[in-house]
Ligand binder design. Structure first.
Ligand code: ATP
Length: 202
């Protein structure tokens, strides 16, 4: 799945709506210091479910909302949408039949973040799972930030294993396994309660 479009509004320096097509091949971002090149990459990580505001150079998640300037008032919302091309049909269920997948995240002051996939409200973990299955995501090795190469070279074997699992597209399985274990634990507790009640009735 390729990224084909990134749209932003009210995110950090991008106060006005920006609709950026991402063409096949290499995309370069150029501009003077402080114009928002890194903010654009952070927007990409944010919409993929980044939960750490520190890794977005912010002191709280609401800091990603345009804070105002000498000529523009601050905004109360920030929204980023990322479109993925699914012509290959390789998107995980239930999106395998969709030609395109649009993932969006919106944050409003005092209300936190809300995520949507193709217009339907979803949980943060659904978005994270979608990208994990596609060997991508806010923390994935497909996002190579400054110092990341050295970090991988110096990583411990278990950290390297995680990187290889992400590259192989099986990182999402760990999350699914954790969720399945939690559901199983809940079912076992319910069963024990049913047995208690049956024991009292007998
Ligand atoms: P460089 O080339 O120096 O690395 P850059 O083009 O990557 O710069 P960024 O680091 O993306 O620039 O942007 C930094 C700018 O973003 C700073 O001027 C900072 O004030 C501004 N900025 C960060 N958060 C917000 C916000 N919430 N509202 C408005 N501006 C913001």
């Amino acid at each position: 799945m390729n990224f084909t479009r990134l749209r932003l509004a009210g995110f950090k320096t991008f106060v006005d709506p920006v609709d950026a097509p991402i063409e096949p091949g290499l995309t370069g971002i150029v501009g003077p210091n402080g114009c928002g090149k890194s903010n654009l990459v952070e927007a990409l990580r944010w919409v993929m479910g980044e939960s750490s505001f520190k890794s977005l150079r912010a002191s709280g998640m609401e800091d990603v909302i345009f804070a105002g300037s000498s000529s523009r008032p601050a905004r109360n919302h920030a929204e980023v949408s990322l479109t993925l091309d699914n012509a290959s049909g390789r998107a995980p269920a239930p999106y395998e039949a969709a030609a395109e997948i649009e993932v969006s995240r919106k944050i409003s002051r005092g209300l936190g973040s809300a995520y949507r996939i193709n217009g339907r409200e979803v949980r943060a973990r659904d978005v994270q799972l979608l990208f994990a299955d596609a060997s991508s995501g806010a923390r994935s090795p497909s996002m190579v930030g400054q110092g990341r190469v050295g970090e991988i070279i110096n990583a411990r074997p278990d950290q390297r294993r995680r990187i290889l699992e992400e590259a192989a597209g099986i990182a999402g399985l760990h999350q699914r396994r954790r969720e399945a274990e939690q559901r199983l634990e809940g079912a076992e507790q319910n069963l024990a309660r049913v047995e208690d009640v049956l024991g009292q009735l007998a």
